[in-house]
Write a protein that binds this ligand. Structure first.
Ligand SMILES: C[S@@+](CC[C@H](N)C(=O)[O-])C[C@H]1O[C@@H](n2cnc3c(N)ncnc32)[C@H](O)[C@@H]1O
Length: 282
């Protein structure tokens, strides 16, 4: 039976009712199947996809029904102004992480800046900053080879020449030098979920690797290491900015102060939850 775009959308939405974004998910999957953008679906509701396209669409709906994140099914995710490839080797970039990018752009005004993105994953933070500030020199590292490769593909697709991406276990492979090559900004969205947190068994995170999510019994293992070590890699008056869980604000501010940072403050996300803490060296 031939079906129109409008009927396929209605059928998909009904099937995906368990998702709180059923209509959007269905549109994204049909647009991906037909290799067109979502506005096309609105313009041509009576178009009738061919049988093979309908079969593909139905397979994608079933994957979504099974809980697989839309970004992994269609292979991309929008972040800031960029369309980034994603992979099960690392985190799908989240909208709340855009607060890190916004905050970095707000605190560092000079046109030139050496900035380091630790745990770059898809490259989201470094590439967003590089796209906004062509005069900045970004370094982006991740410990997972698949993430480094993904970030490099995204860098090439975004045609950004001011980002160097390589593999490093946090600061380990980053040269510790005096003066000239220290960083003005260090930015990180590290893993910060507690081992055994029940949220790890719900939603999209079931499909993402533990290496991108989990950080010791208290969720603070990596944050402690990054905050403590960053002081050796920052210029005087350089800033460290980290994303963390909404219940970790007090602990993270304490870690910044203990490491000798000043002007320590926490920014809240769109839901008014503690999300990004920053501080600068004296
Ligand atoms: C929460 S994800 C963030 C990814 C990306 N920055 C973003 O915001 O979408 C954390 C990232 O840290 C990386 N990571 C975990 N342990 C690391 C380590 N020891 N050294 C460097 N990167 C690490 C993970 O592979 C993952 O890509």
């Amino acid at each position: 039976m031939m079906e129109s775009v409008a009927t396929l959308l209605a059928r998909g939405e009904l099937l995906l009712q368990v998702s709180d974004s059923a209509a959007l998910d269905t549109e994204l999957l049909l647009a991906y199947t037909l290799d067109i953008d979502r506005t096309w679906l609105k313009t041509w509701p009576n178009h009738q996809p061919v049988t093979e396209q309908i079969a593909t669409f139905e397979q994608l709906l079933l994957r979504r029904l099974n809980g697989e994140p839309i970004a992994f099914i269609i292979g991309t995710q929008g972040f800031w102004t960029l369309n980034l490839k994603v992979s099960p080797q690392t985190l799908i970039p989240r909208p709340e992480t855009e607060l890190l990018v916004e905050t970095a752009l707000k605190i560092w005004k000079p046109a030139n800046c050496r900035a380091l993105d630790l745990g770059t994953g898809s490259g989201a933070i470094a590439l967003a900053l590089a796209s906004e500030r062509p005069g900045w020199q970004l370094t982006a590292v991740d410990s997972i080879d698949g993430a480094v490769q993904l970030a490099e593909i995204n860098r090439q697709n975004c045609q950004l020449d001011n980002v160097a991406i390589y593999q490093s276990d946090w600061f380990k492979q980053i040269p510790k030098t005096d003066g000239e090559s220290k960083y003005h900004l260090i930015i990180s969205n590290p893993p910060y979920i507690e081992v055994g947190d029940p949220h790890l068994k719900q939603g999209d995170v079931r499909f993402e690797p533990e290496s991108a999510l989990v950080s010791g019994l208290d969720g603070l293992h990596d944050l402690k290491h990054i905050i403590h070590s960053a002081t050796d890699y920052l210029e005087p008056t350089g800033w460290l900015l980290v994303e963390h869980g909404y219940q970790q604000g007090v602990d993270v501010r304490g870690l910044f102060l203990a490491a000798g940072f000043t002007s320590v403050q926490t920014e809240v996300d769109l839901n008014f939850l503690d999300r990004v803490t920053l501080g600068c060296l004296p």
